[in-house]
Design a protein. Structure first.
Lengths: 310, 329
């Protein structure tokens, strides 16, 4: 088993290197499309985007006396990778929880794809096509990888209590879902774990599984809460590859991440949170030079890195 | 000591209608805990409303027995809704507290003097199941060597085991469907299921109702079996026997509760018969144990057996040992 996994790791690393080289060579279709769409947008917090998929207004969430989130206006451009950055406790994850219905705001309205979804329960928001993953991965440990993925499909007839007793009424749909799940397992290099309990997977594999499972919902927008946390560098590269591929297919991705190299290399737009508020947003290169972001989050060393002679 | 007699008593216990009834109630509990992860510590409350729903319908409203059984199950639906609506949105422990309290509250209400005209108070109700006994197709007792089943026992065993296996078949169909997959996902992680667009509250409610209805059906059968019920037959310890049975057999296994119940009743009746005959044969000195202690000692022995099982087969007799070794969360 160790030989196998070693070879696998090498292969994984090799593909990751290839992908990295490719990325450095030229921006992908999606990246160019996103750059073009965002070309005329100013670097002002709360700025309007040409084709926003998510629009949030006056969002606030208070925990006792602490205001965790206070966002006046935020738009997310369709078909981009938008990164949320900011110091710990800045309200990024809370904002995630609010817009996905996992937490209720004290005030605020938000719409997704033109539909007002303010205050809708989390499962309904997911059905609208906005799906999230979690900072602490939630693999369903005593379900197999395949079952984890198959669960993600929406509109399953067999998930209704009475219909579930009539196998012929859902057998065909189940077969389609199984085929789609197996395809996604293949795409994320998890085919060998197909019938293993998700609880036997490594942390990195769980991250992949969770992302694949979210894709089973066929979302228009996927929110990733620290997808790279606790993942080895080779797997990070392959995760990045998957994220960029999704954007190139037209999906909108919002991610919370602390690894600035990751942020700078893949995101089309960066939103910086501090003390619950959006203090800056813009293209990665502009954000790197933004004094408010440097003061609140990056620090001078990180911001000046590219001008560093060494 | 007659070993054969002791064994035949134990086998009669393991195959008797009580074993089937406890298995049925444990199947309901298995839907709650084994598949959905709901902590129901008041399954006996569902049995109580089922038993009294049946008996009261027949005695007070002159309904046929089958209508009474349906009324009993309907009572369980109402109880599940009352328990579920406020607690299922909260963390799991709230349901545990609510169910254990509700079962006791129900027992006190049914035995109270103001309810006596309907429920018979502490004296309970008798003679409401003649309708079923009138249908008995068995005309004589069955004798298999030292085993002897009366025609009445045979008929009850047929009805009780028939119902239990039908319920097991129903559960098998349900859990091997996408519906069952959602249920297990809810058990593993509610938020993950929500993030994939599943209405977790609705699934938990469906599971609570379904398991409660099976508990009520078991309660009805228990009432029919003895033709007499009192509220004090539905004490909280019954719920814990059901938990023991479910864990003994293997939670989240379709046949786990059935096997668990057979083993549980075999051990219980075997120990009882064994201790009694050992005592009358003079093997156990009267200074050590008196006959009135046997009831307690056999439960202590079952508890010991359960502890050994947890140490050496923690997932139960037919549970998936691999599944249990996974760290949950």
């Amino acid at each position: 088993m160790s030989d196998d996994s070693h070879e696998e790791l090498l292969a994984q690393r090799e593909t990751a290197h290839d992908e990295e080289r490719q990325r450095e060579a030229e921006p992908s279709v999606g990246a160019r499309r996103a750059a073009a769409a965002l070309a005329g947008v100013a670097n002002v917090p709360g700025v309007a985007k040409p084709d926003p998929i998510l629009v949030a207004d006056d969002m606030s969430r208070r925990f006792g006396g602490v205001t965790a989130v206070e966002v006046e206006h935020l738009e997310v451009q369709r078909g981009t990778i938008t990164a949320l950055i900011g110091p710990n406790g800045a309200g990024k994850s809370t904002f995630f929880n609010l817009i996905t219905g996992f937490d209720k705001p004290n005030s605020g309205r938000w719409s997704f794809d033109g539909k007002d979804i303010s205050g809708a329960p989390s499962f309904r928001i997911a059905r609208h096509g906005m799906v999230r993953t979690f900072q602490l991965t939630k693999a369903l440990t005593r379900l197999t990888s395949l079952e984890n993925l198959m669960l993600g499909a929406t509109g399953q007839r067999g998930e209704r209590l009475l219909a579930s007793l009539l196998r012929p009424s859902w057998a065909r749909q189940e077969a389609d879902i199984r085929a789609r799940a197996e395809e996604l397992l293949g795409r994320f290099n998890l085919t060998h774990m197909r019938d293993e309990f998700a609880g036997t997977m490594s942390g990195g594999q769980r991250k992949l599984l969770e992302m694949a499972r979210a894709l089973m919902v066929k979302p228009d927008m996927i929110l990733l809460d620290e997808p790279m946390a606790g993942v080895n560098p080779a797997l990070t590269q392959s995760l990045l590859g998957h994220i960029e591929a999704l954007r190139d297919e037209g999906m909108t991705i919002v991610l919370v991440e602390h690894d600035m190299d990751v942020i700078m290399s893949i995101s089309d737009w960066v939103v910086c949170f501090a003390q619950g508020q959006v203090i800056a947003e813009g293209r990665p290169d502009d954000i790197r030079r933004d004094t408010a972001v440097i003061d609140a989050y990056l620090g001078t060393h990180r911001s000046l890195q590219e001008e560093d002679p060494s | 000591m007659d070993v054969l007699a002791v064994l035949s008593v134990a086998i009669r216990g393991a195959l008797g209608p009580e074993a089937a009834i406890y298995a049925l109630a444990a199947i309901g509990l298995n839907i709650h805990f084994g598949y959905t992860g709901l902590l129901n510590f008041g399954q006996v409350g569902f049995m109580l409303v089922g038993a009294y729903g049946t008996a009261i319908s027949v005695l007070s409203f002159d309904a046929p027995l089958w209508v009474g059984v349906i009324v009993g199950m309907a009572c369980a639906v109402v109880l599940a809704l009352i328990l579920g609506i406020p607690t299922l949105r909260l963390r799991g422990d709230y349901l545990a507290i609510a169910t254990i309290a509700a079962a006791e509250v129900l027992r006190y209400v049914y035995r109270s003097s103001f309810a006596e005209p309907v429920t018979g108070g502490v004296f309970g109700l008798v003679q409401f199941a003649d309708g079923l006994y009138a249908l008995n197709p068995f005309s004589g007792p069955l004798e298999l060597g030292p085993l002897r089943f009366s025609d009445r026992a045979l008929w009850l065993m047929t009805v009780a085991w028939g119902t239990t296996f039908l319920a097991a078949a129903l559960v098998w169909l349900l859990v091997h469907s996408p519906w069952g997959r959602v249920l297990r996902a809810v058990r593993e992680d509610e938020d993950a299921a929500r993030s994939l667009g599943k209405n977790v509250f609705a699934y938990k409610m469906q599971a609570l109702v379904l398991g409660g209805v099976l508990g009520a059906l078991a309660g009805s059968l228990l009432a029919i079996n003895s033709q007499a019920i009192t509220p004090d037959a539905f004490i909280p310890i019954i719920t814990f026997y059901l938990w023991t049975i479910m864990i003994l057999g293997g939670a989240s296994r379709v046949l786990g509760p059935i096997l668990g119940s057979i083993v549980f009743w075999f051990l219980l009746t075997f120990l009882d018969a064994f201790l009694r005959s050992a005592m009358s044969a003079g093997w156990i000195p009267g200074t050590l144990l008196v006959p009135s202690d046997i009831g307690a000692v056999r439960f202590a022995a079952v508890g010991l057996g359960l502890m050994l099982l947890m140490m050496f087969r923690p997932a139960g007799l037919i549970g998936n040992q691999k599944e249990l070794r996974l760290d949950v969360r």
